[in-house]
Design a binder for this molecule. Structure first.
Ligand SMILES: Cc1cc2nc3c(=O)[nH]c(=O)nc-3n(C[C@H](O)[C@H](O)[C@H](O)COP(=O)(O)OP(=O)(O)OC[C@H]3O[C@@H](n4cnc5c(N)ncnc54)[C@H](O)[C@@H]3O)c2cc1C
Length: 370
């Protein structure tokens, strides 16, 4: 039986672990858990109205969102993990019409966008009572994924399939046609390795003599524990500006997230982020003080970005070395699908995902041997 090691147990690594054929492969996943983006994420799955012009990225994000019904079924995800709750977009009145037209246009190739409705001010507040009445656009296909619950659930499922999970930092070294994986208390030799370690693919690949175009970006968000009884029935609100409002089960309301390029690898929660997120939300709320006075905690994680903000994933020139990183702010949307595509590569031996990205050498190059 061939052995595969996965380095990094965020949304890509754990989805990959779940889709690998464990009757064919002996799978070990290493996850340090530090800096993880998936555990700190906001949870918005609603890529269709993005202003990004990168067509390959949009194709990936659209197909990533369309993949969710299969993911829900294959991994038996319940509403505490994923819910198709709908998305409300708040914009200036004159932008809403153009946005609705864009939504109708995109729906032709993405029927999963669902119903598209311009809401009156009162309808907006009745859909999501935390919001001040204001006109908005509603799309019923938007979803929310609880990154923390997904990790817990996918870990349980992977263990049940026989995947070994080791909560330690791993180092990878080439060993002829194989790979040596070393952590604090384990050393194993494997036939193939998948680096799904977010921005930490950089040191791992540099150690293997590659140059990598990736940088870390700090993201912080606020989680308020409230006594709202029906929060799980509310849609996600994408506000005009950087902050979004994501209602979860049991009254948990997230406000996120910051994008701090100069924060790099730092994981310290800051008062400046609290103030920025609260100020970015205040004008949209019916009663800001009622929410902001609730007990709050921070989620802080490190996103991975490339120079052109596009992800890269797939086999490198050594076909038994697979890498996936650079998912940026949309990795909950694209990550499960990327994990599935990587698993298909191992299970079936074919790679058919180049349509979603520039050649992987754009981001990862092997250095000349000295
Ligand atoms: C605040 C915030 C909000 C976000 N909101 C959204 C959103 O609403 N919608 C959306 O689509 N996306 C969102 N994202 C983006 C999304 O969360 C990420 O793009 C995605 O989770 C990245 O997943 P990943 O599996 O590539 O990496 P990660 O989740 O970062 O996982 C990588 C794992 O590898 C581990 N690791 C690293 N090095 C090693 C090593 N040497 N050995 C062992 N383990 C190692 C790390 O500890 C980590 O656990 C958000 C991100 C942040 C930070």
């Amino acid at each position: 039986m061939k052995k595969i090691a996965i380095i990094g147990g965020g949304i890509i690594g754990l989805t990959l672990a779940n889709y690998l054929d464990t009757t064919k492969f002996d799978v070990t996943l290493f996850d340090e858990g530090i800096g993880q983006a998936t555990g700190a994420s906001a949870g918005i799955i609603s890529p269709w109205l993005s202003k990004r012009r990168n067509k390959k990225w949009y194709q990936l994000a659209k197909d990533g969102a369309a993949f969710f019904p299969k993911l829900v079924q294959d991994l038996s995800l319940d509403a505490s993990v994923y819910s198709k709750c709908g998305t409300i977009l708040l914009r200036e009145q004159n932008s809403l019409l153009a946005l609705a037209e864009l939504a109708e246009e995109r729906k032709k190739e993405a029927p999963e966008i669902g119903d598209i409705r311009l809401l009156t001010a009162d309808e907006t507040a009745s859909y999501l009572p935390l919001l001040k009445p204001a006109p908005s656009l509603y799309v019923s296909g938007g979803g929310r994924l609880n990154g923390r619950s997904y990790l817990a659930h996918a870990t349980k499922q992977a263990l049940a399939k026989g995947v070994k999970i080791i909560h330690e930092k791993a180092q990878v070294d080439a060993d002829n046609e194989q790979w040596q994986i070393q952590s604090a208390s384990h050393q194993i030799t494997v036939d193939a390795v998948a680096l799904t370690s977010g921005p930490f693919v950089k040191p791992l690949l540099e150690h293997l003599n590659y140059t990598v175009d990736i940088r870390p970006q700090k993201g912080q968000l606020l989680a308020f524990d409230t006594t709202y009884q029906t929060s799980q029935e509310w849609p996600v609100a994408m506000l005009d500006g950087e902050a979004d409002l994501i209602p979860f089960m049991n009254g948990q309301i997230l406000i996120g997230a910051t994008h701090e390029n100069d924060g790099g690898w730092d994981l310290t929660p800051t008062q400046a982020a609290f103030d920025q997120l609260v100020e970015g939300t205040r004008d949209f709320l019916a009663n800001p003080e009622a929410l902001i006075s609730q007990p709050a905690s921070f989620f802080v994680g490190t996103r991975a970005y490339t120079s052109d903000f596009a992800p890269f994933f797939g086999p490198l020139e050594q076909t038994n070395l697979v890498v996936a990183s650079g998912l940026g702010s949309s990795g909950l949307t694209t990550g499960p699908y990327i994990g599935y595509l990587l698993a298909t590569y191992f299970n079936e031996g074919t790679w058919q995902a180049d349509c979603y990205q520039k050649p992987i050498e754009t981001y990862v190059q092997k250095n000349a041997e000295n």
